[in-house]
Design a binder for this molecule. Structure first.
Ligand SMILES: CC(C)(COP(=O)(O)OP(=O)(O)OC[C@H]1O[C@@H](n2cnc3c(N)ncnc32)[C@H](O)[C@@H]1OP(=O)(O)O)[C@@H](O)C(=O)NCCC(=O)NCCS
Length: 200
């Protein structure tokens, strides 16, 4: 691997690291977003996505000032395994919605999504100074619900029977977390002003 191929990362955890979106990953995103096993968990219509649609999404996301998207890398292998991000950050009210997708099925169920969400919240609260973060998850997404609970999200309400899936309606669950309920795993220490370090 040359230095140019190496992942570019902003935030490093133990299992995963978060870095910017990269244009050369568009073919990967396209494969992830065409996996109906994955997209049944997302608020996307269950239909094929073309390279043109995915490239248009990338072009928008790559320059979107209202949100911040990250690539999730598995640290053990350096491979990109998914995306996560802040959507529609509201700086006046210091709140945002977030989303996550581990696109590689074999990377699920090993704690990577949970750590990626922790690092994303660290970015939201510690770097961006947000106060409230919310997400929605479908009732049948048990891995997602458990992952978010582990990070500290709690259920705040349900839009009942608003998701048609596998022959019946399911609830869409809203979950939130406040800055005061979150302990920074990485960034508070990393970004500590020099003066504070000298005092301790
Ligand atoms: C949801 C997602 C981000 C979770 O990431 P992950 O790396 O798979 O999750 P983790 O391994 O960190 O944690 C999953 C937890 O759910 C549990 N879990 C998994 N499947 C479960 C099931 N069917 N029932 C109950 N719990 C389940 C795991 O045991 C684990 O909990 P534990 O650590 O207490 O044992 C990931 O699976 C994913 O991206 N899925 C596809 C797209 C998606 O659902 N995106 C989110 C939309 S809201």
């Amino acid at each position: 691997m040359t230095a140019l191929d190496a992942p570019i990362v902003n935030i490093e955890g133990q299992l995963v690291a978060l870095g910017p979106l990269r244009r050369e990953h568009i073919p990967l995103y396209l494969r992830w977003i065409n996996d109906f096993g994955t997209t049944r968990m997302l608020g996307l219509p269950p239909r094929p996505m073309t390279l043109e649609q995915e490239t248009a999404w990338y072009e928008r996301a790559a320059v979107d000032d209202a949100g911040t998207m990250f690539t999730i890398y598995e640290r053990a292998t350096g491979r990109p395994i998914g995306n996560c991000g802040l959507h529609e950050v509201d700086h006046h009210n210091r709140r945002t919605d977030v989303g996550i997708m581990i696109g590689e099925p074999d990377a699920r169920g090993h704690g990577l999504g949970t750590e990626a969400m922790r690092l994303l919240l660290d970015y939201a609260f510690t770097v961006t100074g947000l106060h409230s973060v919310m997400l929605t998850v479908f009732e049948y997404n048990l891995a997602g619900r458990r992952c978010y609970e582990k990070v500290g999200f709690r259920e705040i309400g349900r839009r009942r029977e608003s998701r048609w899936y596998n022959g019946r309606f399911w609830d869409e669950i809203s979950m939130d977390i406040l800055a005061s309920e979150f302990e920074s795993p990485v960034l508070r220490r990393l970004l500590e002003p020099e003066g504070e370090k000298l005092r301790s």
